[in-house]
Write a protein that binds this ligand. Sequence first.
Ligand code: ADP
Ligand code: MG
Length: 303
Amino acid sequence: MADDKTKVEAEITAKPDENACVSGPLAEGAITLEPLLTLENVSKEFLMNDGSTFVALKDLSLTIRDIKNKPQVVSLLGPSGSGKTTALRIIAALDQPSSGCVTITNGKGMRPVKVGDVGVVFQRYPLFEDLTVLDNLIVPAMRASMSKEDARAKAARYLDEFDLVTQGLAWPVQLSGGQRQRVAILQQLMKERHFIILDEPFSGLDPVNIISVINLISRIAHEHTLNTFIIITHDVTSALIISDHVYLLGRERDDKGKPIQGGRIMKEYDLIAEGLAYQPNIEELPRFAAIRKAIRMVEFPKL
Ligand code: ADP
Ligand code: MG
């Protein structure tokens, strides 16, 4: 017993190659380390024009922990109106919660999240339309105090890795939807940070492009074990394919089946414990179909 405990502790503290991610499923399940980002009882109320208040989020709590040898890819999955975008803005510190707080690691402990800690990839991928693709990557990184040489080198590497070399001197308006999305994601990655939140990255894409963005996100996430991607989506299948944890956002219903105000976490799925995370053939596994069906019954009854 004591030996086992010592062994686990030694594994947790060992740091020979601490940034490396291993490929494929985790043979012995996940070893989780310290928290990276937490939401503690986050609620959000909006004051409406008629003077009433509208509860968009109610007591959202979740903790994203560092998974040893893996990045963290978490989905907030819910139907339209369940408060996903509201949650995104609060997680990225673009809005303040009415109560509760969001904290993020500073490497030693947790502190309240600040603007810029979490890179945001907005829906429809806004870019600087008057800058070339290359400058869309370089300029924001330099504003975040990266040297011009470093920014150029990193941008060139990304354009090469993600199949955008010929688009380097193009204007955003000349990009396809998929290319624009890649540039918007890479733009957030140019800054030296590990936290990225994406709003509906699969919406408006055809099935082939959905697979390619799933692969892209997964590939970039795997570049560093501290990389933490939060995916905001209503796409059940994509959320299950890409994530290690899924938080199902929804609203309680009254006696007549009408949703009550206040998006909350209805259920959490630990897809590592379920044996589904990191599986290339996840869609063929019976458990995948069972969970997908259960989610649809709860929150997407019409799908
Ligand atoms: P989702 O992204 O899941 O579709 P949102 O977070 O955009 O949901 O919205 C959740 C609810 O909060 C919706 O009913 C929306 O109308 C309301 N809401 C969002 N932002 C505001 C705001 N600034 N003022 C008032 N109501 C808002
Ligand atoms: Mg939204």
